[in-house]
Ligand binder design. Structure first.
Ligand SMILES: NC(=O)c1ccc[n+]([C@@H]2O[C@H](COP(=O)([O-])OP(=O)(O)OC[C@H]3O[C@@H](n4cnc5c(N)ncnc54)[C@H](O)[C@@H]3O)[C@@H](O)[C@H]2O)c1
Length: 267
């Protein structure tokens, strides 16, 4: 049910890979709410061709950008501002990848060059994007920047590996950059800590299917879907959330507040 909550707003959406991606659903909802966007992903992901289809549907240009490359980020921001006809109101960082997890390395046998690459892709990219936006003065006053996180930043989920530290770093960047951006331009920076969601990145975690069911049973509202996350992101990009900044916001059906749910014992 569109309400034109983002009418006249312009933004960049990072990280839509296919129609399961959380960023895909967020892009669709933002446009439904009246926003104009550009879509971006790593050049290797663009070769799949799926994002082009979304771009055509949403009338949004697709611009390649490896989120670890400062040059790519700078060019993406310049092209987006030019295409959209002025500074931005929102940016979504929906990027995550762990090399050690993907290559099935035990946490206790992690390779450090892979770990550093994981941090670069999954967390430092967030700082790089915000720094480039900040230096280029590419955000409008009261703009909103969001990244997607996971509760493994606070609690132990053994199979999540080094992504736990990536998410802790990501959330810390939101607090630190949120201070500077808030002070300078009233720009808001937050992370949404989302339920397990069946996507390419999510399904890469060992035992994901069982864990998805466990979290669904543990949460009084069940797992939050990607579509529900898109609704929340629209709210966070809208003027309705203008005094929220430097927060990690749990969007998880209540999972983060649970100790034990008897329903889980019956599983
Ligand atoms: N799926 C879940 O269970 C879940 C739960 C909580 C948080 N998240 C987070 O949500 C975000 C989106 O993940 P998703 O679940 O939609 O999966 P996804 O696989 O659809 O999205 C991950 C995206 O990261 C992109 N990416 C990887 N390396 C990149 C690079 N160098 N430059 C630019 N983009 C790059 C991929 O191409 C992909 O589009 C991630 O940050 C993820 O950690 C996911």
């Amino acid at each position: 049910m569109p309400n034109q909550l983002l009418k006249g707003k312009k933004g960049i959406i990072f990280g839509a890979l296919d129609d399961k991606s959380i960023a895909w659903k967020i892009a669709e909802r933002c446009v439904e709410e009246g926003a104009q966007i550009t879509l971006t992903n790593a050049p290797v992901a663009l070769r799949m061709g799926e994002l082009q289809k979304l771009g055509e549907k949403l009338n949004a240009p697709v611009i390649g950008c490896d989120a670890t490359s400062e040059e790519d980020i700078a060019a993406l921001i310049d092209q987006s501002v030019e295409h959209l006809g002025g500074p931005l109101d929102f940016v979504l960082h929906s990027i995550g990848m762990s090399i050690n997890v993907r290559k099935k390395k035990a946490y206790t046998g992690s390779k450090y060059d892979w770990m550093q690459k994981t941090f670069d892709i999954s967390a430092i990219s967030f700082h790089k994007i915000m720094q480039s936006l900040y230096q280029k003065e590419a955000m409008n006053e009261w703009g909103s920047i969001l990244a997607l996180s996971y509760i493994a930043a606070q609690r132990n989920f053994p199979d999540y590996g080094e992504m736990a530290e990536s998410k802790a770093l990501l959330e810390s960047f939101a607090r630190s950059f949120g201070f500077h951006y808030g002070n300078a331009k009233n720009v808001r920076v937050n992370t949404i800590s989302q339920s397990p969601t069946i996507t390419t990145a999510g399904s890469g975690v060992k035992g994901f299917d069982q864990f998805f069911s466990y979290a669904d049973k543990m949460s009084p509202l069940g797992n939050a879907s990607a579509a529900a996350c898109a609704d929340y992101a629209v709210f966070m990009f809208s003027d309705l959330s203008r005094m929220i900044t430097m927060q990690n916001l749990f969007h998880d059906g209540g999972f983060s507040a649970m100790g034990m749910n008897p329903a889980v014992l019956d599983m």
